[in-house]
Design a protein around this ligand. Structure first.
Ligand code: C2E
Ligand code: MG
Ligand code: MG
Ligand code: MG
Length: 280
């Protein structure tokens, strides 16, 4: 009895492992073709001014529609993209596509900030700044409306190169956001040494912000620190009204999260443009 149960479990486990394994093999085999086959798409998630619930920015988030797999979020393929350095052409595709799509929004009379995530691998490219400048010129986006999001781990990985690249990016007029802020121990140091405009408080601090006293203290401290350093502070991962109320009470300037909107394709986003944040 017990043994056959065990066997069943084992068989079940093995077949799901095989499914994951074959998915992984497909990802590794097909990622290099995904750009040419036009399989990437961008979703956009709005960023709101919490004082008036107006959309002030959009973050572009990549998705991969492989013909034989479910729509994939970046956690499925980003590691492979970085290991193979395919993130370099992919990252360029993201930036160019997002800037062009934003410019389309601008022609509809809807100018707003665009955030694009950069991988640490992209910072090792000598021509990163030239690439960004070319995309700005070609797309006609106002560089001040372009925010490049970097994570703390990107900064740590290649400290000197990254600082240098960030300074050069600042000099062409773009803004820099520090993503997932608070997840690494040495965060505070970065605020001092890096040319940063926006800090994005990691969603792990927002999750229990309506109940956990320590998380509330941490949020309070980060928000005050941001204000004192004249940085914009945005809270990620707002999912409930209670979290929103707490962040407003702490005077957090901006927010982003499922409560306002999930990331959406541009057409969907345009349809929802006038309802995001209503009644909050
Ligand atoms: P991120 O830049 O911190 O983006 C925020 C992630 O949180 C997104 O996941 C978003 O869908 C998710 N999110 C938004 N609101 C909520 C919420 O209320 N609750 C929860 N639980 N999650 C929320 P996504 O799209 O799966 O992206 C994951 C990560 O992949 C991003 O984290 C970013 O680091 C990376 N990524 C996404 N697009 C790109 C890209 O074009 N290039 C690079 N290099 N990385 C990207
Ligand atoms: Mg981001
Ligand atoms: Mg983040
Ligand atoms: Mg993240």
């Amino acid at each position: 009895e017990a043994k056959s149960k065990g066997e069943n479990k084992c068989i079940y486990y093995t077949s799901s492992m095989n499914a994951n394994l074959s998915e992984q093999i497909i990802i590794e085999k097909d990622l290099r073709h995904a750009i040419n086959r036009n399989e990437f798409l961008l979703y956009y998630q709005p960023q709101l001014d919490l004082s008036n619930n107006q959309i002030v920015g959009l973050e572009a988030l990549i998705r991969w529609q492989h013909p034989n797999l479910q729509l994939m979020a970046p956690d499925k393929f980003m590691k492979v993209a970085e290991e193979t350095e395919l993130i370099i052409p992919i990252g360029e595709w993201v930036l160019r596509t997002a800037c062009n799509q934003m410019n389309f929004l601008k022609t509809k009379g809807y100018p707003c900030r665009l955030s694009v995530n950069l991988s640490s691998i992209q910072f090792l490219q000598d021509n990163l700044v030239d690439m960004v400048q070319d995309v700005i010129t070609e797309s006609g986006i106002d560089p001040n409306n372009l925010v490049l999001e970097v994570t703390e781990s990107t900064l740590v990985e290649n400290l000197d190169v990254t600082v240098d690249q960030l300074k050069r990016l600042k000099s062409i007029g773009v803004q820099i956001a520090l993503d997932d802020f608070g997840t690494l121990y040495s965060s505070l140091n970065y605020l001092k040494h890096f040319p940063i405009d926006i800090i994005k408080i990691d969603k792990s601090f927002v999750r229990n912000s309506a109940s956990d006293k320590r998380d509330i203290e941490i949020l309070k401290t980060i928000i005050r620190l941001g204000k004192n350093l004249k940085l914009k502070v945005l809270a990620e991962g707002i999912e409930t009204k209670n979290q929103l109320e707490m962040l407003k009470a702490l005077d957090c300037e901006e927010g982003q999260g499922y409560l306002f909107s999930r990331p959406l394709a541009m057409e969907e986003f345009i349809k929802n443009l006038y309802t995001v944040g209503n009644g909050m």
